[in-house]
Design a protein around this ligand. Sequence first.
Ligand SMILES: Cc1ncc(COP(=O)(O)O)c(C=O)c1O
Length: 373
Amino acid sequence: MSAVKIGFYGHVRQYHNLKSEIDQAIHEVLESGSYVMGPKVSQFEKELAAYCKMKEAVGNNSGTDALLLPLIAWGIGKGDEVITTSNTFFATAEAVWLAGATPVFVDIDPATCNIDPNLIEAAITPKTKAIIPVHLYGQCAQMRQISKIAKAHNLLVLEDNAQALGARGDDFAIGELSNAVATSFIIQKNLGCFGDGGALVTNDSDLATKMRKLRNHGSLKRSHHSIGYNSRLDDLHAAVLSVKLKQLDKWSDRRRTIAGMYDKALKGTSLKLPVALPGYRHVYHLYVVETPKRDALQAYLQEKGITALTHYPIAIHQQEGYPWGQDARISGSLAHSEKSAAQVLSLPMYPELTDEEVQITIAAIVAWDKTNG
Ligand SMILES: Cc1ncc(COP(=O)(O)O)c(C=O)c1O
């Protein structure tokens, strides 16, 4: 057994670093008596919209609902197609299925693992209504090209920003080139609450109003309802998120520093390293390397006390039972998505990781690579 123990997440360290502020924020909510749709939620929504330089933010209970509810608000459902990738967390496509629509999967650019914009046009049919690009691992998809295609074909664009809050493109901001942006605050995200949470951020006030209604049983006014969902962000989570949002840029900078350390030390190894596009601000939600010997490297690191995980080892179209009696379409080949799924390994990456822990992880990988690479 190794004496080293380098975990995959820094949640508890993060809490300890902000303990007095977080405890105070929680205490205020508990004493206020306002736990659902209270002032902490509206305050955080304003802060989030300002952080994103967008007009409105609407809190939800999850990133999944932040993807699903705008599709419903737009009337996207049975018979409609939504273009996305298969190399993402399951919820991206799940939201499309839950809306009753058909996900259409196109392959990724193997360099960035984001949707390959050059393959989107071929996937468009008269049924296509929207594109959901995913800013995977913390790096923006190529939104300039995506938005150009969307405009030419009159498609809506919903950015899945669960992993990249605080990122930027080279000459564009998240939200600038789309209709809306969905984000997740599940604890492991770059901005995480102590449980589940999500939000939609948009400049479209009409969409924001529809979202506010849908998340609250179809109600904007007490006792007046149409069909909606129970999908609200709780005040306890909102209060914690307000505290943490102030740290987000500093945390992203630290993630970028750690990524720089990994990049420098691992560039001579056999591993495929993450590719940051020139001028993009990648916020490294995950630092994902690729090797055909992924399982062996993961097991070796675990033996050395270092936890590395896989995101995502089974592409959506490869999941057992796919597509569960639902409609789904694959456009062209998903060879790059499948190869990536078989080879990805996420190294420890969180702002609270110490330089020493990064160096220990690097040394273990370099030692493994000498005999196995
Ligand atoms: C890319 C992506 N989309 C959607 C989601 C769904 O978010 P949530 O877990 O908050 O529902 C996640 C994370 O869990 C994600 O990583």
